[in-house]
Design a protein around this ligand. Sequence first.
Ligand SMILES: *[C@@H]1O[C@H](CO)[C@@H](O)[C@H](O)[C@H]1NC(C)=O
Ligand SMILES: *[C@@H]1O[C@H](CO)[C@@H](O)[C@H](O)[C@H]1NC(C)=O
Length: 417
Amino acid sequence: MAKFSALLSALVLASVVYATPVVQINESIITVPIAKKIALTGSANFVEAERQRAQKIIAHGKAKAAARAQGLSAAAVVGVPVTNGVVTYTASVGVGSPATQYDLLIDTGSSNTWVGAGKAYVKTSTSVQTKDKVSVTYGSGSFSGTEFTDTVTLASGLVIPGQSIGVASTSTGFSGVDGILGIGPVDLTLDTLSPDTNTPIPTVTDNLFTNGVISSNEIGISFEPTTTSSITNGELTFGGTDSSKFTGSITFAPITGTSPANEFWGINESITYGTSNTAILSSTAGIVDTGTTLILISSDAFSRYQKATGATADRATGLLKLTTANLNKLQNLNFNINGVTFELTPNAQLFPRSLNTQIGGTAGNNYLVVASIGTPTGEGLDFINGYAFLERFYSVFDTANKRVGFATTPFTTATSN
Ligand SMILES: *[C@@H]1O[C@H](CO)[C@@H](O)[C@H](O)[C@H]1NC(C)=O
Ligand SMILES: *[C@@H]1O[C@H](CO)[C@@H](O)[C@H](O)[C@H]1NC(C)=O
């Protein structure tokens, strides 16, 4: 807790902390540093914002599935506002030759890559305008503009010639960043172009794979809880996994067949609590999402979690709160994914206490990172494993094999909150 404080003052002052830029090229594995950004906006109820984002993901996933079922082209809705989280992640991406660097949000919940929200697009000799307009609605934000192809540089010497990018003429909801690096499933780009409505736009990962730069079409993501020992850093690995960032083996789960979770990086999982394995959420579909800060579960599962932990609702923050006595009794929350149990420790269930006052809470209180998604089980998207989960487990997004993987890390059981 105290460990976090020193860093916190730096975060509040600077608002953005950049990870040490280390780029590793390991045979066909490309590793790009991720910068962590903690954007706290006073006492705004970010829990409610997370819930609204989740509800938009559900609604837009359903709209897409319904349109597809009717053979219609859905409006270009992706439903993932990526900017309202407490924690967001950006990578510095070069576009053009010579390249201009843009700070792009890394989003597994959408798949268009675009610039121009902050820094304006700088055309160079490699910029080619296509005949298409491009637009995406993210729920709380949107952008629209023109499609270009251009040289995209993810890391020094690692370039993608002719990558489709959106160049925003208008955008809302993206203050502090220049755009998005969309690394979700390619189908989320359908209907974002006009007139080429039914043409998917290959993502950066797709193109690296097609061009033979990476040998498998997958991404590994490493996040770490913030501690004072080093500046928080994350790592995005294209084409494989970075074995230095996880322990043991990776457990994969197939993309769920359940709609609308299967529009995103959706999987089946069940959740139990403690050594007695009290049922919290029976096996159901949900998604893994870097743009969600908390762990969201269906409202009935949330009630069972609250009862199991003895937590009370905190009006100021919208989070659950534990007395010290109940914190001392807190047990693991067990995520069962394709036959393997990932245990979220009591410490990992705690919201970083040094950030309490930044979300309208009281210093020293014990808030929990598990919140209600806002709808009961049965929506076809009943949980979101967000950043609070991903900072404890390495994640792999495998396009080629339509599956998502997880592994433990040196931080899985760390005491950092
Ligand atoms: C590089 O790749 C090798 C073989 O895949 C692996 O053993 C090693 O850990 C990797 N090194 C880094 C720094 O990722
Ligand atoms: C996920 O759960 C649904 C509903 O129980 C089930 O039909 C499906 O076979 C499960 N697995 C996958 C990969 O979708």
